[in-house]
Design a protein around this ligand. Structure first.
Ligand code: KPL
Length: 306
């Protein structure tokens, strides 16, 4: 695995997506550095079981605070509630030619990144690259596709061709917001419903849930519209049901978070819709109920994904 470019790839966090991207970038010969939080230092380094069943061991990551300056491409595939902290930690140590790639569920980080990094190139992306992490093993389950768009372009550096190699099947959009709101609709439906009903994604195709799913989606579309993002209702509904079908045997990340007693991303998913809905006077009562139900949810005794 020798470096094929002088551009460094920095990957923040070693959840499933971070670990999968690290392996993919290493396999392409990039110089990759990955970063972990201090609590992860007590755990053994991550092993990645790739789709072709090969296993790759990643080296122990570095603490972000130990890195002087980061230049090149900085990919941030962390939980939505960790993004603000990561951006704050990056703020004193990002070289001016670095490109930031935001890659997480939920919304709300673009504005923060633009405020903290007014001079940097910022890319927002969403991917269907998939895997799950159990102990220190990440299992790769789908190669997936990526939708990406530049949300701040200062022409100082643009690493598009490298991002094309590091992220799976990238489609570039002049306006990425419709893709991000569509993914938000997918997450607003699948994540809380699977967690509350304690079911795999596929069970949401049951016809008795259709009306409820339509209400949730319509509220997301109303909020997008208030932000001047115009989505086609039928296309969003089709996308949500296609994802339910394509991931029918998987447990959503929110189901897994609840099952493992971890914090969920609900405040950045349905919570984002509720906040913006209230700001613009859009009815978001169904998303609000989902937010409240998830926040109140205690892990049920029989709640298991094993
Ligand atoms: O992104 C996901 C998640 O679980 O967070 C979906 C698309 C719902 C797949 O499970």
């Amino acid at each position: 695995m020798s470096a094929n470019t002088t551009t460094d790839i920095h990957i923040i966090g070693q959840g499933s997506i971070g670990a999968l991207l690290s392996v993919n970038a290493l396999l392409q010969g990039f110089h990759v550095k990955h970063y972990i939080k201090s609590s992860a230092l007590q755990h053994p380094p991550v092993n990645v079981r790739w789709l072709d069943e090969q296993t790759y061991g990643l080296s122990q990551g570095t603490l972000l605070s130990e890195q002087e300056t980061l230049s090149g491409i900085v990919i941030i595939p962390v939980k939505a509630y960790q993004v603000a902290q990561v951006l704050a930690e990056l703020s004193p140590r990002l070289a001016c030619d670095a490109t930031i790639v935001l890659l997480h569920n939920g919304m709300g980080s673009i504005e923060l990144a633009q405020t903290l990094f007014p001079q940097h190139v910022i890319i927002a992306a969403t991917t269907t690259l998939a895997g799950f992490k159990r102990d220190n093993i990440v299992t790769h389950t789908a190669w997936g596709e990526t939708q990406a768009g530049i949300v701040s372009d200062h022409k100082t550096s643009l690493h598009k061709t490298i991002i094309d190699q590091v992220l799976p099947s990238v489609t570039w959009h002049a306006d990425i917001l419709p893709s991000l709101f569509t993914k938000l609709a997918v997450n607003c439906v699948i994540n809380p419903l699977t967690a509350l009903l304690n079911v795999p994604n596929g069970d949401l195709s049951s016809t008795h849930l259709h009306d409820d799913i339509h209400v949730i989606i319509n509220e997301v579309i109303g909020v997008a519209q208030a932000k001047d993002v115009h989505l086609n209702v039928t296309e969003v509904i089709d996308t949500v049901f296609n994802v339910i079908d394509a991931t029918r045997n998987n447990f959503s990340s929110m189901h897994q978070d609840i099952a493992h007693g971890r914090k969920t991303e609900i405040e950045h998913i349905n919570g984002y819709i509720v906040n913006v809905g209230h700001e613009f006077g859009v009815d978001v009562s169904r998303n609000q109920a989902l937010l409240e139900n998830i926040l109140a949810l205690k892990k049920p005794v029989n709640f298991s994904i094993d």
